[in-house]
Ligand binder design. Structure first.
Ligand code: PMP
Length: 354
């Protein structure tokens, strides 16, 4: 590939993964058919499904009292799905640290009562130390977005929050280890750290699952009973998820990617701090995302030039989200060291010219 793709997702995939996909699109492991044609009821696919779950368990250290479910509809479907699967007698609150958490809250309250807790990036470290300051009283479930992809705000130490959590981990799952003690439900679209669009991974603590009369695709307990095969699952996206998780395990697991994201993000943030005459970082240091580095140029013309020159240099996907503007550099797991070195070289030569 001749482009360096720092896009916020769907994101880049390691070449070794693409090569295996490429072979198996033509013919799956000498079986005489393509992976695109595989039946979800075949033994071969059931094997892929089991291995994908095993990989996730190994990678994320998932305790035995959790179930794994693969769904379609993206993380966005979860706003509706979750709100319909939490008993109305239970209370929920939504911690809003950015756009995606806000959207979840707005969808929740169309279906059930929920309390919004808005938090600025400057208040996050205080909140982690003492969530009671903002939550007031305990809520049965607190929904959080561990990484706000648009604003570049990350809530890394959420395992210290004393409340049962529902976590949207779409843009940072698989990039650090966390303790499962307070996690009732975590979900993530695969298309950033774990694969391609089409499949959303849900990992659910057994006590969260309640029977209800919801229609089929909104019925958590029925979907779990059928082990993601209640209807046709996104077979190809699950297959790619298997390949990406194989690749992650071979590379050294989550520890490896945690260190990698720490190194990459530190290098990018340090360079930006060096050129603070020209750029500003909108997020307080404690909450700065190691996955999506967001910054603004102080001069709009220079920002435009930066984007133009980045494209000329084969760097793609770094224009900030249309709602906030600026620049966003996404450093998901498949971004390797040579890619970051290339980016830093481009950035430093750009800044030095100013
Ligand atoms: N949550 C987060 C944190 C996201 O980054 C995104 C997508 N960028 C979403 C939710 C929505 O995901 P989807 O497009 O898969 O519905």
């Amino acid at each position: 590939m001749n482009k360096y793709n720092f896009s916020p997702g769907p994101a880049t995939l390691d070449n070794s993964v693409l090569e295996i996909v490429n072979q198996n699109i033509l013919e799956y492991e000498n079986e005489g058919f393509s992976i695109l044609e595989i039946s979800h009821r075949s033994d071969i696919f059931e094997n892929i499904l089991e291995n994908t779950k095993k990989n996730l368990k190994d990678l994320l250290n998932i305790p035995s009292n959790y179930k794994i479910l693969f769904l379609q509809g993206g993380a966005t479907f979860h706003n509706t799905f979750l709100a319909h699967n939490i008993n109305l007698k239970k209370s929920t609150s939504n911690l809003v640290t950015g756009t995606w958490g806000k959207k979840t809250y707005e969808d929740f309250v169309k279906i059930r009562d929920s309390k919004e807790i808005f938090l600025k990036s400057s208040d996050i470290s205080e909140f982690i130390k003492d969530p009671s300051l903002a939550v007031n009283q305990k809520t049965d479930y607190l929904h959080i977005t561990s990484n706000e992809t648009i604003e570049g705000i990350q809530l890394r130490n959420f395992d210290q929050i004393e409340n049962d959590l529902i976590v949207d981990g779409s843009s940072d799952i698989g990039s650090y280890k966390f303790d499962w003690n307070n996690v009732a439900y975590i979900y993530a679209g695969a298309q950033k750290n774990l694969g391609i669009p089409g499949v959303t991974i849900s990992i659910i603590r057994e006590d969260f699952i309640e029977q209800n009369e919801n229609p089929t695709y909104l019925n958590l307990s029925k979907l779990i009973d059928k082990d993601s095969l209640l209807n046709t699952p996104p077979t190809f996206s699950i297959y790619v998820l298997k390949l990406v998780t194989d690749w992650m395990l071979n590379a050294g697991g989550v520890e490896y990617f945690e260190k990698q994201s720490q190194d990459h993000s530190t290098n990018v943030y340090s360079m930006l701090s060096k050129y603070s005459d020209h750029v500003s970082l909108p997020v307080e240091e404690y909450a700065r995302s190691k996955m999506n580095v967001v910054f603004n140029f102080k001069n709009e013309q220079i920002e435009k030039l930066f984007l133009e020159e980045s494209l000329e240099n084969n760097i793609i996907g770094i224009k900030g989200h249309r709602s906030v503007g600026g620049i966003r550099i996404s450093l998901y797991n498949s971004i390797d060291k040579p890619a970051v070195e290339y980016l830093l070289k481009f950035m430093s030569s750009f800044f030095e010219k100013l």
